[in-house]
Design a protein around this ligand. Structure first.
Ligand SMILES: C[C@H](N)C(=O)N[C@@H](CCC(=O)O)C(=O)O
Ligand SMILES: [Mg+2]
Length: 366
């Protein structure tokens, strides 16, 4: 099964509600979607959402990295030559983790097709369904409380609240939502780097003292401040998860070596694809550190790839794979499905994607 052509296109999908974090405000999900075509006529799909504020990747930079640098190095390779393929993806250029992930996902889709196995089985086959949280955007406390109630009415039992704005207001947000949803709902927070280390410790202790029962807090401080992250981890009882700080394999190695966090959020777009995400999961497993499988604001294609990894690995004990459920439309035919708060993996070979509706062709490499 040889790679003969790579087509690049994009989709633009409206959101049900604006997605607002400490880092950005988004109304549409924009995803680069590629098709790797083989001499056997198989098609492998990959995607890359441009999340410039986190990965540094814009739509144009993703297209250019794939078109001009990485894709030309993959034409002609056989799909089972995985060591060569992933070396070329990793070493073709520095950074550009989303473009690398895009190609890597399509290669894994083809590997699954070649082996006639759904991707989650090919990667480890640990579970075929699991629950995801739903993200509540950063807004006024009363609006967030209303959004949280709506999510619970729709069947979600785990909520991820975006915080990281003004610390005093963040306390009001969390208190309002806990009061709105009651004690049975699991609440986790994501500050998206919005607090200073000492401010984070003060605020988290306040949550603890008031019995707000927060499961974990994602990325309280700026991504590059590993000692600040460790300071927070060492000075609160609540579990601290590294997200933006846990970028690629080397950053995760450093976090684990320094015991700078309690948990790791793995995302394909940070790691540069599944082959590196597997290394991260294995390093974390070696250190006994549980992981969450996370995502960017991306289509069901990327969520299917991430969910396949989450389904494969026992060390991935939590999932924040809500992005496709935040979208008002689903142009991806096939892949995972949502049943309230549960993600169901499909049993078709690879990712099981049959069609991308409204896919706008950009260019091809052959
Ligand atoms: C969409 C997901 N629930 C999420 O919050 N992901 C990121 C932010 C992604 C983005 O800005 O597109 C996170 O910080 O965990
Ligand atoms: Mg996060």
């Amino acid at each position: 099964m040889k790679i003969i052509k790579i087509e690049i296109g994009k989709v633009k999908i409206p959101l049900k509600k604006p997605f607002i974090t400490a880092l950005r405000h988004v109304d549409f999900a924009e995803d680069i979607i590629i098709k790797i075509i083989t001499d056997t006529g198989n098609v492998g799909y990959g995607n890359a959402p441009p999340t410039a504020v986190i990965t540094g990747d814009s739509q144009d930079s993703i297209i250019s990295a794939i078109q001009n640098v990485i894709a030309p190095q993959l034409i002609g390779l056989d799909i089972w030559e995985t060591e060569e393929i992933f070396q070329r993806i990793d070493k073709s250029m520095l950074h550009n983790s989303s473009a690398k992930a895009c190609l890597d996902i399509a290669v894994y889709d083809l590997l699954g097709q070649m082996c006639n196995l759904p991707l989650y089985k090919l990667l480890g086959g640990y579970r075929h369904s699991f629950k995801s949280d739903l993200t509540i955007s950063l807004r006024e406390p009363s609006i967030m409380a209303q959004d949280a109630r709506e999510a619970v009415n729709n069947g979600y039992t785990d909520l991820k609240l975006k915080v990281g704005g003004n610390a005093k207001l963040d306390f009001e947000r969390v208190k309002a939502i806990r009061e709105a949803v009651g004690d049975k709902i699991n609440i986790r927070l994501d500050a998206n780097q919005g607090w200073k280390p000492k401010e984070a410790v003060r605020l988290i202790r306040q949550f603890e003292d008031k019995g707000l029962n927060i499961e974990l807090i994602e990325q309280p401080v700026i991504a590059h401040d590993m000692s600040g992250l460790k300071f927070v981890t060492d000075n609160v009882d609540t579990l601290i998860m590294a997200d933006e700080a846990a970028f690629g394999t080397y950053e995760v190695f450093q976090l684990l070596s320094n015991r700078a966090c309690d948990l790791i959020n793995i995302k394909l777009m940070k790691a540069g694809g599944i082959h590196n995400a597997l290394k991260i999961a294995d390093m974390a497993s070696t250190c006994g550190v549980e992981c969450m499988m996370g995502c960017m604001l991306e289509s069901k294609l990327g969520i299917t790839a991430s969910a396949s990894l989450a389904g494969a690995k026992s060390i991935i004990t939590r999932a924040d794979l809500d992005a496709a459920d935040l979208l008002a439309e689903d142009p991806i035919k096939g892949g995972i499905s949502y049943n309230k708060n549960t993600i169901l993996l499909n049993e078709q070979a690879g990712l099981g994607i049959s069609e991308i509706q409204n896919w706008q062709f950009i260019t091809e490499i052959k």
